[in-house]
Design a protein around this ligand. Structure first.
Ligand SMILES: C[S@@+](CC[C@H](N)C(=O)[O-])C[C@H]1O[C@@H](n2cnc3c(N)ncnc32)[C@H](O)[C@@H]1O
Length: 329
């Protein structure tokens, strides 16, 4: 296959993997925890085909209930499919009752053509971002790092969906460690369902009421908006002993293979699975580092060198985050 064809195929595959549409029920379930943050704010959905997006639909339908100031959504088209005039911005504005029916909702949408292709990194979309207070969407997984860094650079509040693996991306983990972002609530029973386009092939496809869905157990919400439950302590009941909690060969910490097994009485560094982040209360634990950066950067300074993985008696443990108790619990 010619190199060009190959890279076109690769990019088409990457594009398809970015076309996962979030279910309205999952959006509703998460948004209920942040209602106080939305009051009087401008919401921007910058990775949304507004005709498909349930994010735009959710905020349009709840515009008055949430007492929003403005809702903006921009429609992105891949530049290799770009047709002039196809990309657009949709807006709903407080007080702009276009059909004069006494309420502000989906019937009051103002549609404006965009100059570019609606890329969240374009100058045009960045100008819209600057005017917004909160960004809520499910951005393309392949651009997640860039996406988050841009939101933080522009000091925006956000609530976005990402792959759980993103927790251990250096850029993302650094933000989490610095308390600049954290995880939202879990998807219902940990399962996120996304609607996929007609031509998306997957052996695990679920057809529900004519819609093509894929299930993921590896997605989570990332946010920098506070909510009550993230300040609740993990209930600990296990006691430390040397046999059940061996020290790593190459890091000054003990191995704790399940979050529920974090010992109540250990004050040093502990290596825990990445799922710890679902329960992380910043008042209970300090995030010291993570186990994959080979002693450089932000692994907490206790790395003893050698393998990139945490080793227990010469055997590599799974990916680990390092935590330490913050106070007597
Ligand atoms: C995972 S899908 C989610 C769609 C929608 N937010 C939802 O959850 O229903 C990611 C969306 O981002 C769009 N997208 C991909 N690259 C983009 C870019 N550079 N700028 C803006 N949007 C982009 C895709 O077309 C796709 O609609």
């Amino acid at each position: 296959m010619a190199k060009n064809q190959n890279s076109n195929l690769h990019s088409a595959k990457k594009q398809k993997n970015d076309e996962f549409y979030t279910q309205l029920s999952d959006i509703e379930r998460e948004m209920q925890h942040y209602k106080q943050h939305f009051l009087g704010k401008t919401i921007y959905c910058n990775c949304d085909d507004p005709e498909w997006s349930n994010f735009f639909k959710y905020f349009a339908l709840n515009f008055e209930h949430l007492r929003l100031k403005k809702l903006v959504s921009t429609h992105f088209v891949y530049s290799d499919m770009f047709v002039e005039g196809e990309t657009y911005k949709l807006e709903i504005v407080k007080g702009l009752d276009l059909n004069e029916d006494g309420k502000i909702d989906l019937a009051d949408v103002v549609k404006t053509t965009l100059k570019g292709n609606g890329d969240f990194r374009s100058t045009e979309c960045i100008e819209i971002l600057k005017q917004a207070d909160i960004v809520v969407t499910n951005p393309p997984f392949s651009l997640f790092r860039e996406y988050v860094v841009q939101l933080v650079d522009y000091e925006k509040k956000f609530l976005i969906i990402g792959n759980r693996n993103a927790i251990t991306y250096k850029e993302v983990f650094r933000l989490i460690k610095e308390g600049k972002m954290w995880l939202g609530h879990e998807f219902y029973r940990g399962n996120a369902y996304f609607e996929v386009p007609e031509d998306y092939a997957n052996t695990q496809l679920i057809i529900l009421n004519g819609r093509r869905l894929v299930k993921s157990r590896n997605c989570c919400w990332f946010t920098n908006m506070d909510y009550k439950e993230r300040h609740e302590n993990i209930i600990l009941y296990k006691k430390y002993n040397e046999k059940d909690y061996p020290k790593y060969d190459n890091y000054d910490a003990i191995e704790v293979s399940k979050v529920a097994d974090i010992p109540i009485d250990y004050d040093g560094n502990m290596g825990v699975p990445v799922t710890f982040m679902d329960k992380y209360n910043p008042e209970q634990f300090e995030l010291v580092g993570m186990g994959e950066d080979n002693g450089t950067g932000f692994s907490g300074g206790a790395w003893l060198g050698g393998s990139k993985s945490c080793l227990v008696n010469g055997k590599a443990a799974f990916k680990r985050l390092f935590i330490r108790k913050k106070r007597i619990i």
